[in-house]
Ligand binder design. Sequence first.
Ligand SMILES: C[S@@+](CC[C@H](N)C(=O)[O-])C[C@H]1O[C@@H](n2cnc3c(N)ncnc32)[C@H](O)[C@@H]1O
Length: 389
Amino acid sequence: MTAAVDLAARIRAAADRAVADVDVARLPGFLNAIDEVALLAMAWALRGGGLFRDGSAHTEAEIAAATGTADRHRWILRRWLDVLSRHGLLHGDGTRFTRTRAVGRRELREAARALTAAGDGLGYPAAMVDFLQRAFAQLPALLRDEVSVQALLFADGEADTADGAYRENTVNRYVNAAAAEAARWAAERRPAGAPVRVLEIGAGVGGTTTDLLGALVDVPVDYVFTDVSPYFLDLGRERFGERPGTRFALLDANAAPLGEGVVEPGTRDLVVAANVLHNAHSVDACLRGVRELLAPGGLLLCVDTCRELPQILASMQFLMSPRKGGLGPGAHDFRAGTDRVFLSRPEWEDALRGAGLTPLASAPGPEHPLDAVSVTLFAARREGREGAG
Ligand SMILES: C[S@@+](CC[C@H](N)C(=O)[O-])C[C@H]1O[C@@H](n2cnc3c(N)ncnc32)[C@H](O)[C@@H]1O
């Protein structure tokens, strides 16, 4: 069996075991239902300022002015106009948009409320449904930049909602279990007694860290937990600081050279990046940086969403709007000028190859029910002699 076949079979089997308690075939339908409500919420949020009355047509600039959309969120408004047109809630002629039907507050509230029961038994955390319901109801204020997604995410001052988003929900349990199995696979390739050297980028609330450190419980580690935000480093220290071999450092995925002063080039057996690399100004430059940090034979474990989901567009995407003078995701790569954030699966595979990494395995596979959700783990290797360094 080749290394790639072995790794793919192992990570997919481990991921399936992790979600065996859930009827995963039902999950894509539920996530689609959330997307439908997200679309209603966007359509509802665009009714402000007397827009679309009596069949009137408006340009994007007029809609931005009437809704008070903050300049930094204009790209989100453009994405909304595009997806609402594609889903039939608006009609666009390329310049002006008309409404195909009005969405009222009551319709939105009822549709959002129905989600609470629909998620039962699917391992979708209630805190996450609450968060989305709050975000949908606050879309007009989010557009105007009067409310922040951070305030909605950490509404109770705790990380419970973010935990729900990145750690406890079925899709993430699946990909995190796959990543953990890949870490075990990598550990087996280290000389006995040598630490597994890990750099985690954008570790956040540590959804993936928990599973990885769990998988590496019997081996020594040099685990560098990093994030661009000091808040998450404090949280990481609190959650993982007692494990021997853990370190915590600030690291920006856009820095060049990547990881300077944090880890030595050519030393990492694993670089882990879950739900973060799409934020890079250039995924190509960032992936080249990752390659330089990997030891020969080392693996990048990258988890990302491979399509634009309306529910993200109406919630988390507000986190990605740059501050004045800053750059947004993709500003320096093929996404520049497109307002796109997420790469498709073939685009990730091309970007990995372009950076000198070999895509070895991914999960879920194309035949899996969770493939429709499109959150994917990619394991890609820096070629060279394993165990060097
Ligand atoms: C969507 S969260 C994912 C958190 C975690 N990896 C998980 O999946 O549980 C994205 C994380 O990436 C971090 N982040 C955003 N931009 C970054 C950048 N340019 N460099 C490093 N981290 C970044 C954020 O602070 C946040 O913690």
